[in-house]
Design a protein around this ligand. Sequence first.
Ligand code: ATP
Length: 452
Amino acid sequence: MDQRVSLCKRRGFVFQSSELYGGLQGAYDWGPLGTELKNNLKAAWWQSNVFERDDMEGMDSTILTHPRVLEYSGHVTTFVDPLVDCRKCKSRFRADHLASASCPNCGGQDLTEPRPFNLMFRTQMGPVDHEGALAYLRPETAQHIFMNFKNVLDSTARRPPFGIAQIGKAFRNEITPRNFVFRVREFEIMELEFFVDPGTDENWHEYWVDTRLQWWERQGIARDRLELLDVPESDRAHYSKATVDLMYPFPHGLEELEGIANRTDFDLGSHTRDQEALNIQAQVRENTHSGAKLAILKPNSSDWYVPFVIEPSVGVERATLAVLNEAYDIEQLDNGKERVVLRLRPHLAPFKAAVMPLKRNHDGLVSKAREIKNLLQRLGLGRVFLEASGNIGKSYRRHDEVGTPLCMTVDFQSLEDDSVTVRDRDSMKQIRKQVSELTEFMTEFYRRPSHA
Ligand code: ATP
């Protein structure tokens, strides 16, 4: 982990939040390169889950959440982790993360009994702090998708099977945030709720596990790097009938990367009025809740039913950590030296290409390089970087380390015959290309199935 953390800081991927004041625990800021990588990963998720499908809509909801939503979703009472205190050193831990009955901090044996701790952040709306002003920062984006189920249905005329996807911030007041960006208090989540007819839910659950595994493969995480965990009932969230976790070997151990849950009709059912009339199988059946009918009319009938929901859900920070970890490589070179290379899939790389003038103070070389940079930037493939440090060897090493797939060097020959040297990150092979060929070359490179 230390090597990854050091690279992330040194090269501008991730910084501790509010570091100047000692750091805010469980909160990280994304630097210039991390922001590009994270945006590319989110774009890849949106591309396959929204653009490439004909049964998905996207949405973007508020972070501030009405307390009633989280009351009836079950989060106010059940979104809790067991908290224990060490009476000796006053440290706090999640009881289910303790390996033994002693304190991991001081070794003391005097731990309190576990007590439930709600993970949701509370805030107030407006200037007066009273109970009626209470709002929550959402702990997941899913509830807002359920809140908008009818709006999306009415505005798009969808029927199950169909899904609604969303990427956005989520907040959890984790008892012990740790392992770099693996467990944080503020993170982004990519999740989709896929609405299906009851009875077809188990097949759709299998379908989504399979689909998500294929997606991970395209992000550089091969099938044999992920283990499937059928989460036992005692560890499942309150709404889940079945959950499969995709487990990845993070540098600190095998842990959940993504969860794929069968949420049944729990949420739509819980936010729906007239539950008995709808014959909902939801576990929450107290009184009527939102007053809405989050249900579908059966074809040629006056009967309604509540769809079941399959939910693949993954944190962007965890996903980025896994992708970075998988790509990190130390290669032994023939000359006995080592090179650090981040073998990111090209579509995820923060820089799509670096254009390098051989000398940094030479106007002709720099302006030629800038001209090429501007040309390639207009292709819309992502960020192209003008690397004018003037030290080509050092620049190659830096760009290997941050995963730039292509480096283009502008030298004196370029000024004579309008050609550049193109160096491939993985093979380190160099070829000469005419500037007039670069547009097609780069477009074709990023269109290769293994790169897209
Ligand atoms: P865990 O058991 O690790 O606390 P969870 O089962 O509570 O996770 P879910 O509620 O299934 O997690 O959340 C869906 C996904 O959101 C997780 O698979 C993970 O990728 C991400 N996630 C959840 N909590 C955090 C966190 N505190 N920091 C970063 N990512 C998180």
